[in-house]
Ligand binder design. Structure first.
Ligand code: B4P
Length: 193
């Protein structure tokens, strides 16, 4: 099994690149952003609660997100591996994920951290907001999301750096060029299918 975390600030292209990686390497995609938006659109109790945080650009509480991940992993017992997109986003989530995978007899193999300058992140997300209708893609909320990334999420990179699993990749090029850089790292572990 090969388990990958795609890491980076909001708008760095985690969701975009996950699609390419899933197609090329046949990993099972787990995006906490997508899972939460699905709960919000179905107006489940979890979704109603999560929306309060997402609309303000804040992270949803750890216990909510960790519970979702565990059941999602169990849904795909025969997966070649998982790509975690947008998770973990706090040190507590990273520690919980490590324990969960250890319990299942596996581990994180690689963390790819995409680096994109802040002006480019804002430009991309405002651009997406013009067509997506996503309530968290307004300038005010984007600023809060980036602040939340610096205060709570950045430390996840140090957590995996200490385990020797972190690779930094430039994410400010176009979508294809960024995918080539990511693939170069993944190819060291796993062949495309
Ligand atoms: P997410 O859904 O994870 O989204 P994201 O960080 O905004 O975006 P991503 O990096 O995936 O960028 P994308 O490819 O879409 O999170 C949303 C919210 O959910 C969070 O703020 C939080 O409230 C909550 N949440 C999610 N996970 C959580 C967790 N684990 N714990 C707590 N809360 C959690 O790209 C963005 C735009 O850029 C797109 O328009 C794309 O087309 C464009 N783009 C991408 N790559 C490009 C490139 N190379 N060049 C030009 N444009 C590019």
């Amino acid at each position: 099994m090969f388990n990958l975390i795609l890491f980076g600030p909001p708008g760095s292209g985690k969701g975009t690149q996950s699609i390419n990686i899933v197609t090329t390497y046949h990993l099972q995609h787990i995006s906490t952003g997508d899972l939460l938006r699905d709960e919000v659109s179905r107006q489940t109790p979890l979704g109603v609660e999560a929306r309060k945080y997402m609309d303000q650009g804040l992270l949803v509480p750890d216990e909510v997100v960790i519970g979702m991940i565990s059941s999602k992993i169990d849904e795909s017992p025969d997966a070649r591996g998982f790509i975690f997109d947008g998770f973990p986003r706090t040190k507590a989530q990273a520690e919980a994920l490590d324990k969960l995978l250890e319990f299942k007899g596996t581990e994180i193999n690689l963390v790819l951290a995409m680096e994109v300058p802040e002006e480019e992140l804002t430009r991309r997300l405002i651009g997406r907001g013009e067509t997506s209708g996503r309530s968290d893609d307004t300038e005010e909320v984007i600023t809060k999301r980036i602040k939340e990334y610096h205060s709570k999420t950045e430390q996840v990179a140090s957590h995996y750096y200490a385990q020797g699993k972190l690779e930094r990749v430039k994410g400010d090029g176009n979508i294809n060029d960024t995918f080539k850089l990511l693939s170069k790292e993944i190819d060291k572990y796993l062949l495309p299918v």
